[in-house]
Ligand binder design. Sequence first.
Ligand SMILES: Nc1nc2c(c(=O)[nH]1)N[C@H]1C(S)=C(S)[C@@H](COP(=O)(O)O)O[C@H]1N2
Ligand SMILES: [Mo]
Length: 377
Amino acid sequence: MGIALGISITVCFLTGLISHWIQHPPTWFYWPANPVWLYRVTQGAHVISGVIAIPLLLVKLWSVYPKLFGRPLIGNPVRMLERGSIALLVGSVIFQLVTGLFNTAQFYPWKFFFTTTHYAMAYVAAGALAIHLAVKLPIVRTASSRPLAERPEPVASQPDEAYAETVKTTAAGKGAESSGGLSRRAVLGTAGLAAVVAGLAVAGQTIPFLRWVSVLSPRSGEGPQGVPINRTAADAGVGDRARDPGYRLMVTAGGRKREFTRADLAALPQTEAVLPIACVEGWSASARWSGVRLRDLLTAVGEFHSGDVRFESLEPGGLYRTSALPSRHAVDASTLVALRLNGEDLTVDHGYPCRLIAPNRPGVLQTKWLSTIEVLS
Ligand SMILES: Nc1nc2c(c(=O)[nH]1)N[C@H]1C(S)=C(S)[C@@H](COP(=O)(O)O)O[C@H]1N2
Ligand SMILES: [Mo]
């Protein structure tokens, strides 16, 4: 149980770090523009591994439950340290899994800002897990060195060291009696099944052919033009401005400025690209976009060879009204100022009059309802 849980938490932690670094890139961080689907995979794995960890954690806690309240509660300094790290581990992992799950449903019954808190707490959980693994390594090694059927049942009140000793000294073929009516095999089997069911319940929001089993997916590919909507034009307060015939896109490049109407944009050479929207909340959907290549648009304004690019939305407020695109993605041939989606003009909820779509990026950085584009030197 511990090993399965350890693997799912590690996958979840690492894919979470990747997502954080893409959104807040440290100078040393390298994230490519290709393959275009990589973030879709890492963020899908983040949410699926987190959901799988929930039943595994419940079974693991159930199996050690009496120990958590063992006596003495405090004890000597070493015991205090061990119990302290377990309390921190259990608390932080429960916190991460619960807040993460709620975030996939965009349900925030708390006052703190999800992203920052979830990120900070990840280090607490990972640190506590590392300490816990270091302490338990001898037991893990002894317990996993024999086939399942040959192992004796752990006795809940038995100290770990004594259990490890029993495992070592029990003769082969002797063990496998059950405790409390449930064999180890049955517990592991049930936990494994629960984990698979939980994983399948969310996997369909990113893996199309699993859609029909995904009862837990908040957005399984439903939405206008075949793509879910994360924030509607009405929610963002842009409806009128987006439909305004006086709309202009202001583009700054190479020290020059130029305004474009939507008709101007449509008159420029159009490019098609198949790219996914991959939301940090775990859902993703691939789609066929068409519009003006970003590098062509910038070159139409002024000189542009490379450089980070900043995007601003018509949206008056909100956390996601601007985004920055690193140079590597800005020069990529499939990065578009999109006008059309799956063969139709963008609906206003998908970003009409135009939106950014770039390869291998989190959805949150694919700014809708563009108002300005500016090359940062
Ligand atoms: N201006 C603006 N752009 C935005 C957002 C937003 O809130 N405001 N949400 C982002 C998020 S979180 C996602 S996942 C994608 C989803 O695009 P869609 O609604 O067209 O599917 O848009 C992104 N672009
Ligand atoms: Mo998103």
